[in-house]
Design a protein around this ligand. Structure first.
Ligand code: HEC
Length: 135
């Protein structure tokens, strides 16, 4: 819905007795709209599950076993650690380090700050990295 339409709707409503309610509604709409736009501007969406490769699908399983209790994958909202949406597409991760495979591997295997390391064989690590690239 575009802002102009909302404003016209609002003007029309001004004259009736639901004035207060409509003012409240438009405030909510505009707030939602600007939040939505902020979300679009900052990060590309994660790849939908239907388009995952085999590797990404296996990586998602590794993620659910080893990471999901602390990280949301497809939003930047924090859980115990930061949300990981678009983690390989950003210039810098929350720590400021670039999201290279080397750096991600180090974080995953050895942990970072209060994040514990996870033991993974090469196959599972590669699958997990492929999945992280799809976020
Ligand atoms: C017990 C909770 C926990 C688990 C399990 C966990 N993390 Fe974390 N993770 C954290 C916390 C807390 C941070 C923030 C720590 C910091 O940077 O000081 C973090 C940070 C990160 C970061 C950002 C690092 C940076 O440089 O900013 C990445 C990427 C990450 N985790 C990926 C993963 C992946 C992938 C897994 C699964 C293998 C995983 N984490 C498992 C808690 C966890």
């Amino acid at each position: 819905m575009c802002i102009q339409k909302l404003l016209k709707y609002h003007q029309a409503q001004m004259h009736n007795r639901f004035r207060k309610a409509s003012l409240y509604a438009i405030t909510c709409e505009v707030a939602t709209l600007s939040l939505g736009m902020a979300g679009c501007r900052s990060l590309p969406p994660s790849k939908p599950e239907a388009l995952w490769t085999m590797e990404e699908g296996r990586g998602a399983q590794v993620f659910h076993q080893a990471c999901a209790k602390c990280h949301y994958p497809t939003t930047t909202r924090g859980l115990h650690g930061p949300g990981l949406q678009a983690i390989t597409k950003v210039k810098a991760m929350p720590s400021g380090a670039p999201p290279t495979d080397e750096r991600l591997t180090q974080t995953i295997l050895h942990g970072h700050g209060t994040m514990p390391g996870t033991q993974l064989d090469d196959q599972r690590l590669n699958d997990l990295l492929a999945y992280l690239h799809s976020l």
